[in-house]
Design a protein. Structure first.
Length: 120
């Protein structure tokens, strides 16, 4: 049995449970099952839609961008992408985890994310 993994971002937290399922809570921008797309906040961890059947190894929570790495070494990102921080070559946000195409063919062993700080 594997130990759960936890990461905390600016307004949300992300978890990997012992079965490799990805969960989020807090201001998670409606990424979790059972809340509906319009829901923005969950006080309890909920399964993330879009990664069913994928066993997640590690997770990192940025300001509004959770990252996940699967047991197969595939990296996923989702959340706010207004500054290109999701790594998909655009500035679009993603409601569900999306494979980072630029890393296709690269075996990823873990992910890390930061929290942006604004000057002012």
């Amino acid at each position: 049995m594997r130990a759960p993994v936890v990461s905390s971002g600016l307004l949300h937290s992300a978890f990997v449970d012992a079965g490799g399922q990805l969960l989020t809570c807090g201001k998670n921008l409606g990424f979790s099952e059972g809340e509906g797309e319009g829901a923005k906040v969950s006080a309890v961890p909920r399964a993330v839609i879009g990664v069913g059947g994928v066993r997640i190894r590690t997770v990192a929570a940025g300001s509004y961008q959770p990252l996940a790495c699967s047991d197969e070494g595939v990296a996923y990102s989702f959340g706010g992408g207004e500054h290109g921080q999701l790594g998909h070559g655009d500035q679009a946000g993603q409601l569900t985890p999306r494979l980072i195409a630029a890393l296709h063919g690269v075996r990823v062993s873990s992910v890390a994310a930061g929290v942006e700080r604004r000057a002012g």
